[in-house]
Every structure is written in C-alpha cells, then in structure tokens.
Design a protein around this ligand. Structure first.
Ligand SMILES: [Zn+2]
Length: 377
C-alpha cells in the first residue's frame, strides 16, 4: 500500500519535469559557417494543427538549402514557402492521384525524420533574401496530426558560384572485418574509379575517407518501412555522406544497394547512409570479375545519386517517372531499356551471365540536381 502512495507524487514530479524539459529544449543555436556551408540547429514544438514551421534565413547569396527534421513520431514535409509566405512547392501537387512524377521523398511519410533539399531542379531555382519556411507535419501512427511534439531541426545552406562543378565528401565505412580482405579492397578501389568516371560527366568529384567499423556485415535497413530505425549514429561531419560497405542488405542477395533517402541528409539520423552489398554485386560465385567491379562502381554512383536527390528516370512499373524534362517518359520495358538503359539511374542493371551493359549516362537535368545538393560543395 505504501508503494502506491509514494508512486503518485513521483509520477507528478516526472510529468512536471518532462513538460518543463520540453519548453527548455525549444531553442535556436547560432549558425556555424564553414566555407560555403552554413549549419544552424534548433528545436520547436509542433503547433495546434500539427505543423512545424522551420525558418530558413537566406541573405540572397545561397543557391540551395537543406532542412532535416527529426522527432519521435512520424513527420513529413508539407510545403516550402518563400520570404513572402507564398508556397513554392506543396506535397499535394506531387502525391495526388494524377501525379506520375517524383520530386522528393520528403513528402512521403516514411519515418521519424524528413529531409528536403531545395531547389531540387534547375527550374526550381528562385531563392531570394529573407526568411523562407519549410513546413512539416507531425503525425501519429494512424496519420492524424499531432500537436505539441518536439522537433529537432537542422538548416544547412550553401553558397556556390559555380554550379558546374562540385565535390562530395564520402565517408566510406567498412562493416566489420571486410576492410582486411584484399579482394574487397581491390574491387572497391576499382569501383570508385568507375564511380569517379560516371560522376565526372556531371562535374561532381568525390573525396573519399575510409573508416573501419564494428557494424554487422549483414546490414539491416528499415528506412523503406513507415517505422523508425533505431537511431544509429554513423558519425561523420555535417558535410559528408556516409556509404557503408556490407555483405548483404536485409538478408537478401537481391539488393545491390540502398539509399537512406532521396535526398539523404548530411547530418546524423537513423537513415543517414547509403548501404552497399558487395556480395550481390559480385554475382553468384561471390568473386569479382572485371565487369562486376564496374557494376559495383555504378551501384555506388547510382545509390549515392539517389542520396543527392535523383529518382529513377522511370520506375520498373514503366508508368512512374522522375520530374526531369530531359529523361524520356517511356511506357514499356522494351522501350525503357532501349531509351534509358544506359542511364546511371535506370532502376536495374542490364546484365547477362557474363557481362553488364555500361550504365553510366547522366543528363543535363540530372547533373543539375546533383550540383544543387547542399552537400555538393
Ligand atoms: Zn535505384
């Protein structure tokens, strides 16, 4: 009996402490600028209608910005508003029944974080000085709006006079034990050469830092499910992209690689990585032939291409497309393989038992998306 009496005040104290804590955690940090990239962190509560209005301060020199919002409930992007409060993009225009094009995965209710890079395409470029807004919604598991949810956000902006060339910093993380294998080291080295070649046509180079880790080589990725991953801190800085080399993804040999988002974020979240299965790329025998080294390179270039904001020019259903004008909208597998099969972002590799078609082309519009990624500096 005594326990029950004691429990009540303790419970009240806890509740009081929690709500006090919530209030204290609403803040904005001072922005940190490193070269062309400025990063600002903050935190706020969703309002009565379940909206979170993240301010994006622009002084007019920026070419793009990225907003990453994290919380402990479902969250997605609803709209971006310019300095006058006018909507420049709204999810309804992209997720309606008649829309057959994808612009950003920020509109999808994926999980407990949401990432948007703006502008996505060359035609979306219109940044001007003032306070822009990224409007997110917080939702419960039944997709009802929820108020009073604490959201941590990071706003990153980049200035860049030259949108024809950029460097993406890649943090290559080896799952446990793989970096001591000579065959894999050699294959990845050769693959990165192909990756550099493919991206080079878009004016994007990679600067790679390799890291050993204790990650299980059987990678588990839940980012496609509408449930959160456990928060995994892959480390790294606020200007790099993490690429993890593992043996398999989700226990299957059918996945070559997977991106943590379209686009993915530069900061640390549960989905802040690109996952690569070396074993799937090495084929049935698990040994890298020369063409499989090239395939691995194209897989890396493709998956990190997603991370920079590129969708497949056509999905494998042949009725859903990216939002770019210079990638054709083909309507059958034969036409699509014929017209887009050589594109880096084609949804699947075209391989026979002993060779694969080179798949490294990027269009002008695709290159622009890559260069507008806030982490392409
Ligand atoms: Zn893909």
């Amino acid at each position: 009996m005594h326990r029950a009496f004691f429990a009540l005040p303790v419970l009240l104290a806890l509740t009081a402490c929690l709500s006090g804590d919530k209030g204290d955690r609403t803040y904005t940090e001072t922005a940190v600028t490193e070269g062309p990239l400025t990063t600002q962190r903050g935190s706020m509560l969703s309002n009565q209608s379940g909206r979170v209005l993240v301010p994006v301060e622009l002084d007019g020199d920026e070419v793009s910005f990225m907003v990453t919002a994290k919380t402990d409930t479902l969250i997605s992007l609803e709209a971006i508003l310019d300095e006058n409060g006018d909507e420049v993009v709204n999810w309804k225009d992209w997720l309606s029944a008649k829309s057959t094009e994808s612009l950003t995965s920020a509109f999808y209710v994926y999980g407990y974080d949401s990432v948007v890079n703006w502008p996505v395409r060359d035609v979306d470029r219109s940044l001007s000085a003032g306070t822009w807004t990224a409007r997110f919604t917080t939702l419960d598991e039944d997709y009802y709006y929820v108020e009073d949810v604490l959201v941590d956000y990071t706003v990153q902006t980049k200035t860049d006079e030259d949108l024809e060339s950029a460097v993406v910093k890649v943090r290559l993380v080896w799952a446990e034990g793989l970096d001591t294998r000579n065959d894999l080291q050699q294959a990845v080295e050769g693959a990165m050469e192909r990756w550099r070649e493919v991206w080079g046509a878009a004016g994007v180079t990679i600067e790679v830092t390799e890291v050993s880790s204790e990650l299980d080589p059987e990678l588990t990725v839940d980012s496609v499910a509408p449930f959160p991953n456990d928060e995994v801190d892959y480390g790294g800085d606020d200007d790099d992209v993490t690429v993890i080399i593992g043996e398999t993804i989700n226990g299957t040999r059918g996945l070559y690689g997977q991106s943590g988002g379209i686009p993915g974020t530069l900061i640390s979240t549960a989905n802040a990585a690109v996952y690569i299965s070396w074993l799937t790329n090495a084929g049935r025998d698990g040994e890298f032939q020369e063409y499989e080294v090239l395939l691995l390179g194209e897989t890396m270039a493709h998956e990190v291409g997603h991370y920079l904001g590129l969708f497949h020019p056509v999905e494998a259903t042949y009725d859903y497309y990216d939002a770019l004008e210079d990638t054709v909208e083909c309507t059958s597998w034969s036409k699509c393989e014929d017209q887009l099969g050589e594109n880096l972002m084609f949804p699947y590799p075209l391989c026979s038992f002993s060779d694969c078609e080179p798949q490294g082309n990027l269009t002008v519009d695709q290159s622009a998306v890559m260069n507008l990624y806030t982490g392409a500096l």
